[in-house]
Design a protein around this ligand. Structure first.
Ligand SMILES: [Zn+2]
Length: 72
């Protein structure tokens, strides 16, 4: 948890504008998940990110918002 950089991977789909917020610890895991999720003809790339990842920040704020809603 104290590592300055936390390398992880995201799937970016070429055909759909939706970003996949799920993160993977290894490129192999991300690739395997992408193979399962991909529809025929869809292409994707695996993005390597560190702890400055904007996508994870967005996902975290979304999760926090959900928690607050559940507390109300
Ligand atoms: Zn991320």
């Amino acid at each position: 948890m104290d590592r300055k950089e936390t390398i992880h991977y995201h799937i970016r789909w070429a055909q759909i504008p939706l970003l996949d917020f799920e993160s993977f610890n290894t490129r192999v895991q991300a690739e395997a998940a992408a193979q399962v999720l991909a529809r025929p003809g869809e292409t994707h790339t695996i993005e390597e990110q560190d702890d400055g990842c904007q996508r994870c920040r967005d996902a975290k704020s979304e999760r926090d918002a959900q928690v607050y809603r559940e507390l109300e």
